[in-house]
Design a protein around this ligand. Structure first.
Ligand code: 2AM
Length: 186
């Protein structure tokens, strides 16, 4: 079987937003239900634009070439985090996330990347795009007290580039290694 990498396209938080999200995680860790959550390490915080899944090594350059072609024509834009919420639904959460403020450019970017992925031969994404920074994942599927959303006001940051990340399970836990950065705009 050819070597395959588990890849996804993402936005990395800028240093200030990363600090803000990490601080928030620190506060959430004080909640009574915090032990039921596997919290995301600061270095791993990201917003997934398109999960690509297992990609054969020889197919990566085709995908990154497609991404490079479109990102030059997309102007940088700003995003912030406005709400901390159970995800995907309050009744059946599997994670706690920071949701981004409504942002048409973000949805347009995800939609363009979807076209790139499908053109490169990947299966279409069936789930709707719901942009978020995952802060923690539930260890048990049914955790009480996680059903409320809380207002938050982090950022905004300028999205000036996106990144292709390689997701690996290592002895230090999950690591995301940048394979290529794609600047937005000319
Ligand atoms: P999540 O943060 O909501 O769990 C790397 O796994 C990233 O890709 C994660 O941010 C994850 O979202 C996202 N992702 C989207 N679809 C996925 C899938 N089918 N399997 C694993 N991760 C997925």
């Amino acid at each position: 079987m050819p070597e395959a990498l588990r890849l996804f396209l993402a936005i990395e938080p800028d240093p200030e937003l990363r600090r803000g999200l990490s601080h928030l995680i620190g506060e959430l860790k004080r909640e009574s239900w915090a032990a039921h959550v596997r919290w995301v390490r600061s270095a791993n915080l990201h917003l997934t634009l398109r999960f690509l899944g297992d990609v054969a090594a020889e197919d990566i350059s085709g995908i990154s070439g497609g991404v490079r072609t479109v990102t030059g024509g997309i102007e940088p834009f700003r995003i912030g985090v406005h709400r901390i919420a159970p995800f995907p639904t309050p009744r059946r959460p599997h994670a706690i996330v920071g949701e981004t403020t409504p942002c048409p450019q973000l949805f347009a970017l995800a939609s363009t990347l979807e076209q790139v992925a499908v053109s490169a031969g990947l299966a279409p994404e069936r789930r709707p795009f719901s942009p978020h920074f995952t802060l923690g994942r539930l260890i048990k599927s049914r955790t009480p007290h996680l059903n409320e959303s809380a207002k938050s006001n982090l950022g905004p940051m300028t999205v000036g580039r996106i990144v292709l990340l390689n997701s690996e399970q290592t002895e230090r836990g999950r690591t995301y290694t940048p394979l290529e950065y794609f600047p937005l705009g000319k």
